[in-house]
Structures are given as C-alpha cells and as structure tokens.
Design a protein around this ligand. Structure first.
Ligand code: GLP
Length: 241
C-alpha cells in the first residue's frame, strides 16, 4: 500500500482530485468507482471546480457507486443516489445515464445485485475505485465477517454502522437496516484503488489497517493484497501510527 500523508481534509481532497483527474484525462472511456459518506465530499467539490474550468471533461466517463440503502429511492435525501446527484453528478458534464448506483427499491433485490455486477463486467473493469472506510473497517457496506470472495450482495447493517450514519437521519428508527453493496472481490477487481481517510475518529481504524493482519474481521485489510492501492490520510487520521 502506498501511503500519502496529507496535512488536513482539504489537502487530502486535493491530492485525491489530482489522481482522479489524471485517470479521467488518460483514458478514452474512464470507468470510476465512487463512494459516499462525508469523506469524499471535498474531492467531489474539487472535481466540480475542475470541470467548470474545463480542466477535466466527464463526457465519456462512466461511474459505478459502491452501495445504496435498501428501501430509499432516488428522491429520498438520505439515499446515496440523491447524495451523488447533489454532490457531484448534477454539477458536472457527465451523461446521467452513465452514472450507476444500485437501486435499493428494486422489486427483486437479488436480481438487482446480479444485474449491477454484470453491468460492471460489461464495462471491463473499474479503472479507479475511490473508497472511504467505516470505523469498523468496512468498505462499501461490506461489514466485518463478509467473505473476501463476495460480489454485489444484500447486507444487514451493523448496529455500529447504523449509529455512525444516524447523524444524517431524523431518528435512529429511520436508518435502514439493509443495504446493497458491491462485494469485496468486486472492489478488488478494480485496477487502481484510492482510500481516503480523514479525522482523529478514524485514527484507530487507520492503525489497525496498517498494523493489523489481513482478516475478514476487518474488511479493509484485504487492500494490502491489491497491487495498486494508495491511502491518502490526513495528519489526524495518521496520529496513532
Ligand atoms: C458509509 C458508506 C461507506 C463509507 C463510510 C464512511 O457506511 N457506505 O462507503 O466509507 O460510511 O463514511 P464517512 O466518510 O462519512 O466517515
């Protein structure tokens, strides 16, 4: 794993923005894997700026998001589709038809998982996958215990994950209990992976990632076995290593 130390959140976002921009510029039909959560918001803001100044063109870009809550549709402000539209897609010149987020309201969720997985395969491979990390080491919504061989599937969310994400909802009862997520193997198939980590509350998570063993108990640990992973972490997140 290649570690890039960033000064703070802004610096982390700008460093990630450079990498994404380079990937988009260097391919005819770039395929990006995108993440939600508060961590990549600064990156998306930076990409919007670069698109405005014509430095980066998203016309031929295809995107695949990692995950979506079961039960929330695109109009629900807490859905990840809504988040992506608001934070990125509505503000860049990407063709909306080329932006993909699993549907959490599909009538047949198992079928939705298989279709999503197939769609990614039809595009070859994800050129660059952006990841955040949950406090318990989850990537996408692959919670501890998820097999490393998993592909897109439905998950029961950990109570700790629901609590961590409750800040976006009016009450804990509204936080979904299930999600669709691309699997760990789906993520590992990406040609390049960039993991973003910011803030002191992630310092223990970063320590475990760097110093702990590779184990399904800590999903992000598998990234150590990928040939091209870069972690961009700010000083606060790196404060315990
Ligand atoms: C959610 C998402 C993850 C994200 C994680 C961390 O659970 N499914 O993809 O990495 O939260 O979120 P944050 O960046 O807000 O800390």
């Amino acid at each position: 794993m290649n570690i890039i130390a960033a000064k703070d959140y802004q610096d982390m976002s700008e460093k990630a923005c450079e990498i994404v921009s380079e990937t988009v510029k260097s391919k005819d039909k770039p395929v990006l894997g995108l993440a939600t959560g508060s961590t990549p918001e600064g990156l998306y803001q930076c990409l919007i700026e670069k698109n405005k100044t014509n430095e980066v063109n998203f016309e031929h870009v295809t995107t695949f998001n990692l995950d979506e809550y079961v039960g929330l549709d695109a109009d629900n402000p807490n859905s990840y589709r809504y988040f992506m539209n608001e934070k990125l897609f509505n503000h860049i010149n990407v063709n909306q038809d080329n932006t993909h987020v699993p549907s959490g309201v599909a009538s047949n969720l198992e079928e939705e998982c298989a279709t999503y997985e197939k769609l990614i395969k039809e595009h070859g491979a994800i050129d660059l996958q952006i990841l955040g990390i949950g406090l318990n080491g989850h990537i996408g919504f692959n919670e501890p215990g998820t097999p490393f061989t998993s592909r897109t599937h439905i998950v029961e969310l950990d109570e700790s994950t629901r609590q961590a994400n409750a800040r976006f909802f009016d009450s804990m009862d509204e936080v979904p209990t299930q999600a669709i997520t691309t699997g760990i193997e789906t993520i590992m198939d990406s040609k390049k992976i960039v993991l973003l980590v910011s803030g002191e509350n992630k310092a223990d998570t970063v320590k475990r990632l760097m110093e702990g063993e590779v184990s399904e108990d800590f999903p992000a640990s598998i990234l150590k076995e990928h040939a091209d992973v870069t972690i961009i972490a700010d000083e606060a997140a790196l404060s315990k290593v």
